[in-house]
Design a protein around this ligand. Structure first.
Ligand SMILES: [Zn+2]
Ligand SMILES: [Zn+2]
Length: 123
């Protein structure tokens, strides 16, 4: 996969809502910078964690086949696993092949319960 964990984000990378940017570079978090990591990897399934902007999960704990649908979704409005309801525009949904989570804030990926996501490094 050619990941370079020597050039990883501080604290294993952040997941962030749409009020915060996502950077392709590694984020050192000097000056309290709240910028999301663009290269999160799941230690459990080995998949890269993708993100979908401005949507929320319709419900928690999608099945593996639902996660595959989520990860391949091109039309977010047509995907039955996602909703634009409530304050969804503030949210990002993150998904690997074994788990999905959403956030409207900014927190270390390591704080997501029940999965092991962290920065896979940046070239
Ligand atoms: Zn990173
Ligand atoms: Zn996973």
């Amino acid at each position: 996969m050619g990941t370079n964990v020597d050039n990883a984000c501080a604290e294993g990378g952040l997941i962030v809502g749409t009020g915060h940017a996502i950077a392709a570079r590694n984020v050192a978090r000097r000056d309290g910078e709240l910028v999301g990591c663009a290269h999160l990897v799941c230690a459990r399934c080995g998949a890269e964690v993708i993100h979908l902007d401005g949507v929320r999960l319709e419900r928690d704990l999608p099945t593996p086949s639902e996660l595959a649908t989520l990860r391949g979704a091109t039309d977010l409005d047509a995907c039955p696993l996602l909703t634009r309801a409530g304050a969804a525009e503030k949210f990002r949904v993150y998904a690997c092949a074994c788990f999905a989570a959403e956030t409207a804030g900014a927190s270390p990926a390591a704080w997501v319960d029940d999965v092991d996501w962290s920065c896979g490094g940046h070239s």
